[in-house]
Every structure is written in C-alpha cells, then in structure tokens.
Design a binder for this molecule. Structure first.
Ligand code: 2HG
Ligand code: ZN
Length: 471
C-alpha cells in the first residue's frame, strides 16, 4: 500500500558498522526477512524499511543504543508485540527498531506494595499469569493479550474490555523507568501511591506512543480478583435500545464489562468458527459481565433480563452457567478482529462521553450509511465506555490505495461529527501514523503546540519514534 522506501545514507551505514564493532553485546539484525518482520505492525499499510533491528537484553544496552542514535542522528522505533492498529510501531523510513523481545521477564513481585515490576517486552497474558500466581490480578485485559506487550500497552494507554470497572492502563502503572533520547535513565514515580512533587512525568510518558523516550521497566499495580461472575448475551432490537439496556444493567448489576457488536460482526465471527447463540438474527448484541457471587446477584441478572424483555429493549438473551459457556459468549465479541483480518479492514477507534453516545450514534449511523453504501461495515466495541470500533471491509476487487483513500474521506467527515460531540478520534489504539490528519479534530491547536513543545524538551533532535502522533 502507501509507502516511502528510504535509501540509507552511507554515514549511517558506517555508524551502524561502528555500533556492531564497538558494542558486540548489542544484538543487531539486518537480514531482509527480519527487517520486514520487525518493521511492520498489525496495520500492514506501510512497507517496512528499517535500517536494522536492535534486540537489547538490558537497560544498559538500551542506553548504549540511545546514545549512539543521538550521536549519529538515527531515529529509533520502539517495538513490542506490534499488535497496534495505528501504525505506531511501523519503521518505514530507515529507523533503527529497538525490539524489547529479549526484555520480557518479571523482575520482582512486592507483596506489601502489591506490585509487579516487569520488563517492557513481556506479554500482557504473562503478566496476568504472574499476578495470578500471587492470588492477585492485573485487570487491564483485551483480546490481543497473548501477543501484545506491556511496553506497547503503556505507549497507547491501552484500554480494553474491563475499563468500565478498572480504568485504562495509566491507572495501573505505579512507576516507569525511561531511557531518554540522550541515553539518561529516568525513574518516574518509583511506585509511590502519593507523590505531590510536581509534574507527573510518568503519566506524560503513558500514551505518548514512544515519542518521549524508551520505556525499559514498569512497576504495575495489582489488585484482588473479582468475585465469581456471569456473562449475559442480549439480542437487542434497535440501536436506540443499546444505552437503555446499559442503564438498566448498570443500575442493577455490578458490571465488569459492557460490550456490543452488530449482526455483521456476528456474521463474520460465526463464519470464523464461533457458535451461533440464537436462532433468530437481531441487529445488535450486547455481551455483559457482572458479579454473580451469590443468589441475590444471580437473581438480579434474571430480573434485568426480564425487565429489558418487558420493555421491548431485547429480543432474547443467554446467561452463562459455566466458565465454558462464558468463554463461548466472550468469543463472539473477542473473535471479531481476527475474523475480519483477511478482509483488510480500515479501522476507526473513536470515543465520546457515555452521555453523548445516543446522539452521536444517530449521527454516525446516518453518516456511514450515506457515505459507505457499497462497503461491508462492522461495528463493535466498548459501548459502556463510549468507545466504538468501526471496521470497513475492503471489497476484493478494489485496490488498497483507492480503498484507503475512500475511507480517509469518510474519516474526515466522521472527525467533524466527533468534534461536534466532544469526542476523540482515538480511544485506545493511539494516533500513530494512521490518525495524524485528524488529531486537530480532537485536540485544540494550543494543546498540540504544547505537546510538540513537550516532545522537543524530551527529545530535541526528534529521534524518538518520529512521524508518529504528529510531524
Ligand atoms: C477490540 O476491542 C480491539 O477488540 C480491536 O480494540 C478493535 O479490531 C478493532 O478494530
Ligand atoms: Zn477495543
């Protein structure tokens, strides 16, 4: 698709040779297959063209790399699981990719602080398992848990399916170690719960998409596991009912997730092997999870279902009676992204305040129906947080570039609708390369100026993941 292959200047090649000669501990890859593998992320829109891949094994090696990059003005792209959907981990312009694949361990569990200190390349799922070994949970969770890395989660302030109860990644990071652009090591917040000593640089780094330095260690907060839960799937009659179902559920149940998807999403996920939940088709579906530790809570769930049915909000429902049933219901929601991957979807990841969802949905539906009459469109997401994912599927006969151009035109209009409703063009996937043109619909010119200024202070040469977030 669109791409900018860069020919690498001779001095940079010489500098890389010098790095290889003088720092033989730093593992470097330059094989074309490796450049391709590490230079792209799940967006697959850009052709990878990195200078090389560095695979540091320690903070000291990361510092060496940053100092070398600073001395030779070489751009660095931090790299974790590369499951991002906004091009944040793409290296298409001769950058050195710094892969944290070898820095993937748990370093320390602190039972008193209830924290887990980890290296950035550790997979989210491995963090979940490590927390469980100590009878605790790390509550940020989403479908890419097995392949995404904590470093990437921090870079995008990842959200996921439990935000409704636990919040985003930034709520769970107690401390960070950051290798700055000049190679200095900064320790941000050091695990403190209370720290009223000036700017919270840790929070600035979370969600900065790697533009303020390289996260080399994170101390994560853990918490108690939730009580036993149940999962309920509703078949919902019309779009206007979605947030009314949410209101009923939120009033009566202690929710840990409230997600929705459309019949088009169900169609694709069933075609991908999931089990059909109802005989009849409904236009919308909700998957919700809630505490069900005792009879009273289980009874409340049944009453919620009856109330929604009596009010004509839902057509049908299924309540899980076992972990296997709960997993099967979750699969209908969590399997969507994978079921769409072969259709090369164009993705929007947008949010508005919960109270703005109904009015926004109306306007958005009218816009998309008008602008995309010819494309298969799949909506789903974390509607209980006001976060929607729109996936537009590429018709097989349409070229990549033409398809993206058509979708970009509609995204521009969508960005206008979002701006009117006070929303965001990126709820949880980041701006990366994909959403740069629309940042100004979400953040004011004054804010963007300040963000540029902050970036210059951290990284005067502009070598930390350049071209991401803004130019
Ligand atoms: C999800 O909620 C992820 O499943 C992926 O954020 C969303 O594929 C998408 O558009
Ligand atoms: Zn999501």
């Amino acid at each position: 698709m669109s791409e900018s292959t860069t020919s690498i200047a001779a001095p940079v090649i010489a500098a890389l040779d010098e790095l290889r000669r003088t720092q033989s501990d730093v593992r470097l890859l330059t094989d074309p297959a490796d450049l391709e593998h590490y230079g792209r992320d799940w967006t697959r829109r850009w052709t990878p063209a990195p200078l090389a891949i560095a695979l540091p094994a320690s903070i000291e090696e990361v510092q060496t790399i940053a100092r070398w990059a600073s001395a030779h003005a070489v751009a660095l792209v931090p790299s974790g699981g590369r499951t991002g959907l906004s091009g944040g981990a793409v290296a298409a312009r001769g950058e050195l990719v710094v892969s944290f694949e070898r820095m993937n361990r748990v370093l320390e569990f602190n039972a008193v602080d209830r924290t887990l200190t980890v290296q950035p390349g550790i997979a989210l799922e491995t963090v979940h398992k490590a927390a469980a070994e100590h009878g605790l949970i790390y509550p940020v969770d989403f479908a890419a848990r097995g392949s995404c890395s904590i470093g990437g989660n921090i870079a995008t302030n990842a959200g996921g399916i439990r935000v409704i109860r636990y919040g985003n990644t930034r709520e769970w990071v107690a401390g960070l170690k950051l290798v700055a652009a000049n190679g200095d090591l900064l320790e941000l917040n050091r695990g403190l719960i209370k720290n009223s000593s000036g700017y919270d640089l840790r929070q600035l780094v979370i969600g900065a998409e790697g533009t303020l330095g390289l996260v080399v260690e994170a101390t994560l907060r853990l918490t108690d596991p939730p009580p036993a839960s149940q999962v309920m799937l509703f078949a919902v009659a019309e779009m206007a009912a979605l947030m009314r179902v949410f209101a009923v559920c939120r009033r009566r149940l202690n929710l840990s997730a409230f997600e929705f998807f459309t019949d088009r999403a169900l169609h694709h996920v069933l075609a991908h092997g999931a089990q059909k939940p109802f005989d009849d088709v409904s236009p919308y579906y909700v998957v919700t999870e809630f505490d069900a530790a005792d009879e009273a809570q289980q009874q409340a769930a049944l009453e919620v279902f009856e109330q929604c049915l009596n009010q004509g909000l839902v057509n049908d429902g299924v309540l899980s009676q076992s972990e296997a049933q709960a997993a099967a219901l979750w699969r209908l929601r969590e399997g969507i992204t994978e079921s769409l991957a072969s259709h090369r979807p164009y993705k929007n990841d947008i949010s508005v305040r919960i109270s703005a969802v109904p009015a926004f949905l109306d306007e958005m539906q009218a816009l998309l129906a008008r602008e995309y009459p010819q494309f298969d469109m799949v909506w789903f997401g974390h509607i209980g947080d006001g976060n929607l994912h729109i996936n537009v599927l590429k018709p097989a006969e349409l070229g990549d570039a033409e398809f993206v151009a058509q979708c970009e035109r509609v995204t521009k209009l969508l960005s206008g609708v979002l701006a009117r409703h006070g929303g965001s063009i990126s709820a949880e996937h980041g701006i990366g390369l994909v959403k740069k043109p629309y940042l100004s619909g979400t953040r004011s010119a004054a804010e963007i100026d300040l963000m540029r200024g902050v970036r210059r202070v951290f990284d005067p040469q502009g070598l930390m993941n350049p071209g991401k977030l803004f130019d």
